[in-house]
Design a protein around this ligand. Structure first.
Ligand code: DGL
Length: 274
């Protein structure tokens, strides 16, 4: 039964766990097959062509494991590869940019929206495009934050040193009178506390995680592929890097002690997927 199959979820590292956590809340019956390409993280400072190639390799692997849907839980990969992935696979492929833009458009009162993301995401202009499709007159201010992903991958998400880095980087956005800030990278919700503190309470932070989980739910319902009752298939977590590090991240970000022992290292160069 395809309804029993897991949903493949992919990110360059542990950022996509913010989306996986939302999926576990919104879709508790579904099983997740997660791949964090930690060995090649960050994607944000690579070229769009490299990100496309990495995304195809990871998604080929996930599809070879048998998934009923792919969730590209990475803004950078969504920006560089979503149309190519949607054209390549017969299963539905959901990205995070559309849901993030929708959540921002619903939240803003002033139509002055900030977007932060990796260099690849910001240079691609995908968020401006997606927000303007919803609010043509919106003012969208975009800023790349290259220091943020390495902080999160190292597990550094609070404290004075982190706050100083975040404050320095976000300084240009502070005077622009935005009322909404899109966390246009799935790693950034892990820095939410510091970012909110730096931007102040008048700025609403938007993570695409919840909206993406809702989009996945609608897509499963529309195609009659929901699992219904909790599938017997267990969640599995793959990394191209250190599985122990992935398990620590699972305990911390998914608060899932059952994840101990569930992470495995995969060398994509050694797997024949097709
Ligand atoms: N978490 C990813 C994103 O949403 C990628 C971060 C990176 O690898 O640079 O863009």
């Amino acid at each position: 039964m395809t309804n029993e199959l897991p949903i493949g979820v992919f990110d360059s590292g542990v950022g996509g766990l913010t989306v996986a956590a939302a999926m576990k809340r919104v879709l508790p019956a579904e099983a997740i097959l997660y791949f964090g390409d930690t060995a090649r993280c960050p994607y944000g400072d690579k070229t769009p062509q490299q990100v496309l190639e990495y995304s195809l390799e990871v998604c080929d692997f996930l599809v070879s494991q048998g998934v009923k849907m792919l969730v590209v839980a990475c803004n950078t990969a969504t920006a560089a590869a979503l149309p190519a992935l949607q054209a390549r696979y017969s299963v539905p492929v959901v990205g995070v940019v559309g849901p993030g833009a929708r959540a921002a458009a619903m939240a803003t009162q002033s139509s002055r929206i900030g977007v932060i993301g990796t260099q690849v995401t910001i240079a691609s202009g995908v968020y401006e495009h997606a927000v303007h499709a919803l609010i043509p007159a919106a003012q969208v201010y975009s800023l790349a934050c290259p220091e943020f992903v390495p902080l999160v991958e190292r597990g550094e998400t609070s404290g004075a040193a982190v706050e100083e880095i975040v404050r320095n980087r976000l300084q240009p956005l502070k005077s622009l009178e935005i009322d909404t800030l899109v966390l246009g990278c799935t790693h950034y919700p892990h820095l939410q506390g510091v970012i909110q503190h730096v931007m102040g309470d008048g700025v609403r932070l938007i993570s695409s995680a919840d909206e993406t989980a809702r989009e996945v739910k609608s897509a499963l319902e529309a195609t009659g592929q929901s699992a219904g009752v909790r599938t017997a298939v267990p969640d599995r977590y793959f990394t191209s890097g250190d599985p122990l590090w992935m398990e620590r991240a699972l305990r911390r970000w998914l608060m899932d002690d059952t994840a101990v022992g569930s992470a495995a290292r995969i060398d994509l160069n050694q797997v024949t997927v097709r």
